[in-house]
Write a protein that binds this ligand. Structure first.
Ligand code: NAD
Length: 407
């Protein structure tokens, strides 16, 4: 899917043949084995990956996913999208991604710590604050980033907070990083609603996925004055036409881990949620949930892609013929990597900003990315996704062309 998108974008801007393969393929792909002692004394070995897609425009940057369905192909696609996302946002980074084939819910806390530390240990020869800087993604969180930072720091014999982002604030994490991705999704959605003169008070929102990105998107949209009518996680969804109390749902998930049996509305399944009549549909879970099978049934006005790759290329083609507007992932969820960049900068300088400073700088960078995409869209008569991808890709390709080829 990511490769087809690249081919389409490269064709649309006539990217020279000599640059195509160089820009498209990952620079390094690694598979490592993680042998771990289980709590009962048995040894388990988990397969794990790190793909550095582009290192030409700066150190690589990208999250680490802990999920039972992770494959190296998925990690490579996510790494490629990170390259375009960083480039579009004007960050001095290339793209990367990592993953461990494990369902973190099946591990005890001590086992989770051992998997996290062993993964970092295996990556040490290939990463560093000026080479590749991991961050959280699906199934990983601040605590895991803290363990990874500690493992790296112990290895080199001094504290190195800039090795990962998305850490706890107590370890040099940035104010605002936890909520940055979801807040960013809500901010660009509000920008589009304002442009279309759709009042927030009349906006209804359905959010799929209630983890870091989904919960913060729902919370920010409700704080803006929109009505969140549906939320969901892997256990299923909750629908309430009067509006779900997002804070209450967050409290519930804090103690119960999932939304299962949350009494803030009626139960609904994840597929139904996607086709609800609403103003904004925010898929914030996993990739490829909007497909050629359900695209025709969508009844929203805007799709705000909090997740990476939630819309397949076939669904995109169907949606292009409707009046549904898509805010593509590389733009919509870039708030996360933007504040990760701020965190890295603060770590390198040992000089820390307030939450207000972080949020103000985030909004400025999102505005810049938004307006550059809108300008490209109008100038080239592209879809918003193609506009975002062509900008991201062409900046990486230009840098590669300017650097030349070594040796
Ligand atoms: P997370 O692990 O915090 O949350 C994932 C959520 O999705 C959970 O609520 C889970 O229950 C739910 N989920 C899983 N499978 C589902 C299914 N089949 N149907 C419905 N819900 C399901 O992960 P996250 O960090 O919120 O990431 C979500 C998406 O956002 C991913 O695509 C990720 O790559 C992307 N993203 C994350 C960040 C970040 O900063 N964390 C930044 C940019 C993009």
């Amino acid at each position: 899917m990511a490769c087809r998108q690249f081919d389409m974008a490269a064709d649309a801007i006539n990217l020279p043949e000599a640059l195509r393969a160089r820009t498209k393929y990952p620079r390094r792909s690694m598979t490592v084995s993680l042998p771990i002692k289980r709590d009962d004394g048995r040894i388990a070995v988990f397969e794990a990956y790190r793909v550095q897609h582009n290192l030409s425009t700066g150190p690589a940057k990208g999250g680490i996913r802990f999920h039972q369905d992770v494959t190296i192909g998925e990690v490579a696609a996510l790494a490629m999208w990170m390259s375009w996302k960083c480039s579009l946002a004007g960050l001095p980074y290339g793209g990367a991604k990592g993953g461990v084939v494990v369902d973190p819910r099946t591990l005890s806390l001590a086992e989770l710590e051992r998997v996290s530390r062993r993964y970092m240990q295996e990556l040490i020869p290939f990463i560093g604050p000026q080479i590749d800087i991991p961050a959280p993604d699906v199934g990983t969180n601040e605590q895991i980033m803290g363990w990874m930072m500690d493992t790296y720091s112990n290895h080199i014999g001094r504290l190195e907070p800039a090795i990962v982002t998305g850490k706890p604030v107590a370890l040099g994490g940035s104010q605002g990083r936890r909520e940055a991705t979801g807040r960013g999704v809500a901010y660009v959605t509000k920008t589009l609603l304002d442009e279309r003169k759709i009042a927030l008070a009349k906006t209804t929102v359905a959010v799929q996925g209630f983890g870091n990105v989904g919960a913060e998107t729902a919370l920010a949209m409700s704080e803006y004055g929109a009505k969140v009518i549906a939320i969901s996680d892997y256990t299923g969804g909750i629908y309430n036409k009067k509006g779900v109390d997002v804070r209450k749902a967050l409290e519930y998930v804090k103690y119960n881990r999932t939304l299962k049996d949350f009494d803030g509305g009626d139960a609904m399944d994840n597929e139904e949620l996607l086709t609800l009549p609403c103003t904004v549909l925010a898929p914030c879970a996993l990739e490829r949930v909007i497909t050629d099978k359900n695209a025709k049934k969508l009844k929203c006005r805007i799709i705000a892609e909090g997740a990476n790759g939630p819309t397949t290329n076939a669904a995109d083609k169907i949606l292009e013929k409707t009046d549904i507007e898509i805010i593509p992932d590389v733009l919509a969820n870039s708030g996360g990597v933007i504040v990760s960049y701020f965190e890295w900068l603060q770590n390198l300088q040992s000089y820390y900003w307030t939450r207000d400073e972080v949020m103000a700088k985030l909004n400025t960078m999102l505005d810049k990315a938004w307006f550059s995409v809108e300008a490209q869209r109008r100038k080239m008569k592209f879809s918003r996704r193609l506009a975002a991808l062509t900008l991201g890709i062409s900046r990486v390709a230009d840098a590669k062309a300017a650097r030349g080829l070594f040796p």
